[in-house]
Design a protein around this ligand. Structure first.
Ligand SMILES: Cc1cc2nc3c(=O)[nH]c(=O)nc-3n(C[C@H](O)[C@H](O)[C@H](O)COP(=O)(O)OP(=O)(O)OC[C@H]3O[C@@H](n4cnc5c(N)ncnc54)[C@H](O)[C@@H]3O)c2cc1C
Length: 326
């Protein structure tokens, strides 16, 4: 969610814009290096408006984005119904369509990045938990620079670094988990127009077509078409004691909200549920991309909260700039 974001300027918008632009070249680059397709939905994003005020805000946003060179279309309910007949327009003020926002399979993307990096000479070690930087030397991993892309592991690691190495403000980087659950549904038929399968979002609930159902130009020709959709996700915080456990009833509420604006989802059978933890920085804005205070050679690239996939390319560019001339 870059173009549809309400951020119009400053770091939050710059990172989003940089990422979106870089994705357009990154995906084909990775596919060429690895020889494998990355499921990447280029049908855009449809946001449903529940109120007239929301439509007014989006009209203003569309105008501002147009001045920045990005397209956003405002759809009255009738237009929404034409493009997305699967949406129940009752009670909706209309929609905003962003043709430039994207959805990518994050697992396939990560695997492609690892494979491409290996082809460029990177040796991955996936079996190590680093608790202390001294461990790096013991493992023959002496480094000129250290980049901590450690999400929820950042606090523990920066605590040891601060105790062992000491750094300017001395406090560890606090990042807390925010749980998200999603559900994969299999439907007896495709939702709406088979040639137009955008992500549809209403009330922070997302219906995400799983890419094998996309028209053949957007999918791997070896993939058999099936009608699977992700519906998600919950946003669950820890309680005051720090306990965080997936709550079944919250996932069920998300599903019910999705069915309210897309009734055909009620016909779906559950394939699986999934949950993950979003790393949210405490007392500072997400994401944290900077040198660890007092440490010239340790870079933090962490705490992306709800936008880690979107902001990955921009994060890499900022980190590369921080490294300077190698
Ligand atoms: C439900 C849900 C919905 C999401 N939706 C979106 C979305 O719509 N758009 C979007 O852009 N992003 C989305 N995300 C992604 C999210 O924004 C996060 O940013 C992302 O999951 C975090 O990725 P990461 O690589 O920073 O952290 P992680 O995936 O947690 O990776 C950190 C890695 O560091 C390793 N590590 C930590 N400490 C150590 C240590 N001491 N030694 C060795 N290894 C260590 C861990 O093992 C892990 O492999 C979603 C995530 C969830 C859970």
């Amino acid at each position: 969610m870059a173009v549809v974001s309400h951020k119009l300027k400053g770091r939050a918008w710059q990172l989003r814009q940089t990422s979106l632009t870089r994705y357009a070249t990154l995906v084909p680059e990775l596919e060429a290096i690895t020889g494998e397709k990355i499921p990447y939905n280029c049908h855009g994003l449809v946001l449903l408006a529940t109120t007239a005020e929301q439509m007014d805000q989006w009209r203003a946003l569309a105008k501002a984005r147009q001045a920045q060179g990005w397209e956003l279309n405002i759809w009255e309910p009738k237009v929404l119904q034409e493009y997305c007949p699967q949406v129940n327009i009752e009670g909706l003020g209309g929609a905003m369509y962003s043709p430039s926002d994207r959805q990518i399979d994050p697992v396939a993307l990560t695997q492609a990045l690892v494979k491409a990096a290996e082809k460029n000479g990177v040796k991955g070690r996936f079996d190590l938990k680093i608790t202390d930087l001294k461990q790096l030397a013991q493992e023959n991993l002496a480094a000129d620079w250290i980049i901590l892309a450690t999400a929820l592991g950042t606090k523990e690691l920066t605590t040891t670094i601060s105790q062992r190495e000491g750094y300017a403000n001395g406090s560890p980087v606090e990042i807390r988990p925010v749980l998200g659950q999603a559900i994969e549904l299999e439907l007896p038929q495709i939702l709406g127009n088979p040639e137009f399968q955008p992500v549809i979002t209403g009330d922070d609930v997302h219906i995400v077509p799983i890419t094998s159902i996309l028209p053949s130009a957007n999918r791997d020709s070896n993939c058999e078409a099936n009608y699977h959709y992700w519906v998600g996700a919950t946003v669950e915080f820890a309680d005051e004691q720090g306990h965080l456990q997936a709550q079944e009833e919250l996932l069920s509420t998300v599903k019910q909200r999705a069915i309210a604006f897309c009734p055909e989802l009620a016909l779906g059978s559950m394939v699986k549920t999934w949950s993950g933890l979003r790393p949210r920085p405490e007392a500072q804005a997400a994401p944290i991309i900077q040198k660890l205070p007092g440490q010239e050679k340790i870079i933090l690239a962490t705490g992306h909260y709800r936008n880690g996939v979107l902001l990955a390319p921009a994060t890499a560019i900022v980190v590369r700039d921080l490294l300077g001339d190698l």
